[in-house]
Write a protein that binds this ligand. Structure first.
Ligand code: HEC
Ligand code: HEC
Length: 464
């Protein structure tokens, strides 16, 4: 179950041993080691050791963040050991330790700049914990990006330290209004508007209209089954797309294009990941019944599993799926055409769906592990996916709890965000489906199943 156990451990050791990218540059045997790695191993190596972005903050800031926490927590942190204080900070912001970490330096989702700085990497959003277990490639449903960035900014202002791109960016737009989801799609729209078709920084750009929406990252292990990426399945899969996240203006077009081979490796790593197996008990007979129901009711959209698996890459119109519309509306046909006709889409050679009009029915491999569900992460368990009328209006996850009965996040459910959640940070702990972009409605297909069939399908979903 521990994903790190299966992981190219030598790569992790190599990174720790060499102390990061900067020292690798000077290590005489560096190039040799890289050429001996498989593309996937190299991809993980780039991802975790090469800072593609400037640092968001440094060790000193991270270790002092408790000073801006709200009162009871701050007092608890004050009297805690440094190691316990680090654990508290990791829990508050939804971070996990690097495999083999000695408990200092950047979390897994951040890369060292070699000078104590923490540079955000893909794993901040794309690796997290499932039922308390660190798991590579799972959406980080614990990540509290907005809370982290706003507290870093507050502390830097108090300490008279300069603000980073993230600290400033977070003043201009929401970064994520609930724990576990981010406004990542709009980060891409904002950064993309500053680039021409070759990815060079434009001098004359118009700020586009932003329709902010929080998205739950899809699990990495399904990327290899897909030919079209993203919730609306508009973009033909390509390693080039992965560079969207590092398009900060200080990375010139030439720099970005020069990283192409490294991102080819990163995609190879992503595509090498396998869905984690369900580690708890499964009732095999019930699951077999569920498989029959699933193949009749769900496979036309979600494909089949096991030997001779097939996956249709089906985009389902919004009128039919009826889940929250905001993510679909947040990209214009014009923006998708621009991507297709640029370096990202190999100048129009890749098949894009520029007007998808709906959302992709995702492959359901490892679905037990990638809660919450739907593109906006609005539904905490598979039972709730199967019972559209009983989905919670407001929910808050427990820190590590896994709901074995409903299969997904263990949550506390309420009708309103409680009045005692006064600060913005506290409110972000609640997923409020009444807010724009956060609806848990739609996908009523399971309504055609009997309760017995739903129970069987739930059991079957554990086996994928
Ligand atoms: C701030 C959080 C965040 C960071 C950092 C991030 N991503 Fe993502 N990623 C997302 C979200 C959210 C989506 C879903 C977007 C959508 O579907 O519209 C996504 C989608 C993807 C997809 C498409 C998956 C699919 O199944 O369609 C890939 C591939 C991907 N990201 C790779 C990367 C890589 C590689 C990096 C680092 C270079 C990265 N991401 C950094 C949040 C993030
Ligand atoms: C007509 C096509 C269609 C049918 C039939 C269908 N689904 Fe879906 N399903 C979708 C689409 C589209 C989404 C994505 C919705 C979104 O993200 O907003 C989805 C999402 C899901 C998700 C969440 C996936 C994730 O990664 O968050 C689960 C679980 C799921 N469906 C299970 C089922 C089951 C079980 C059945 C059969 C009872 C079924 N679906 C029938 C189209 C379909």
């Amino acid at each position: 179950m521990n994903r790190f156990a299966r992981f190219p451990y030598c790569v992790a050791l190599l990174c720790v041993g060499l102390g990061g990218w900067l020292s690798l540059q000077t290590a005489a045997h560096g190039a040799d080691d890289l050429s001996r790695m498989t593309p996937a191993e190299r991809g993980y190596y780039w991802l975790t050791t090469k800072p593609y972005l400037p640092a968001d903050f440094d060790d000193e800031i991270f270790e002092s963040l408790w000073k801006v926490w709200p009162a009871p927590l701050r007092e608890q942190a004050r009297s805690a050991t440094p190691a316990d204080r680090r654990k508290m900070a990791f829990a508050r912001y939804g971070l996990i330790e690097r495999p083999g970490s000695s408990g200092s330096g950047p979390a897994l989702g951040y890369t060292s700049d070699g000078q104590g700085g923490w540079c955000m990497n893909c794993l901040a959003c794309h690796s997290g914990k499932v039922a308390g277990q660190p798991t590579l490639g799972v959406p980080n449903s614990h990540y509290a990006l907005e809370t982290l960035v706003s507290e870093v900014r507050q502390l830097k202002l108090q300490m008279g330290k300069p603000l980073s791109h993230m600290d400033k960016g977070g003043l201009g737009m929401p970064l994520g209004t609930s724990r576990g989801t981010t406004n990542a799609v709009i980060f891409g729209v904002a950064l993309g508007a500053m680039r021409d078709a070759d990815l060079n920084v434009r001098q004359d750009f118009k700020v586009p209209k932003f329709i902010h929406n929080d998205a739950d990252a899809p699990p990495f292990w399904n990327v290899r089954r897909k030919s079209l990426l993203y919730a609306d399945g508009f973009a033909a899969k390509s390693h080039r797309l992965l560079l969207q996240f590092v398009m900060l203006p200080r990375n010139t077009g030439e720099t970005l294009r020069g990283w192409e081979e490294e991102y080819r490796d990163i995609l190879a790593w992503i595509e090498s990941l396998e869905a984690p197996r369900y580690p708890f008990e499964i009732q095999r007979e019930l699951a077999a019944t569920g498989r029959t129901v699933f193949e009749k009711q769900c496979s036309r959209c979600h494909g089949t599993y096991g030997e001779q698996a097939s996956y249709p890459n089906q985009i389902v119109p919004l009128e039919e799926v009826q889940t929250d519309p905001l993510r679909l509306q947040s990209l214009t046909v014009e923006r998708r055409e621009q991507m297709r006709d640029s370096w990202f889409g190999d100048y129009g050679k890749k098949p894009y769906v520029v007007d998808p009009q709906g959302y992709v029915a995702q492959p359901l491999n490892g679905i037990w592990a990638s809660a919450p569900y739907f593109h906006n992460g609005s539904v905490p368990t598979l039972w709730h996916v199967l019972h559209p009328d009983e989905r919670p209006v407001v929910w808050r996850r427990t820190e590590e709890g896994y709901d074995l009965e409903k299969v997904g996040l263990e949550v506390k459910v309420s009708d309103q965000v409680p009045a005692e959640a006064k600060s913005a940070a506290e409110q972000r702990e609640y997923f409020n489906t009444r807010r724009p972009g956060k609806s848990a409605a739609g996908h009523t297909f399971p309504n055609s199943l009997t309760e017995d069939e739903k129970r069987a399908v739930l059991e079957y979903l554990k086996t994928l």
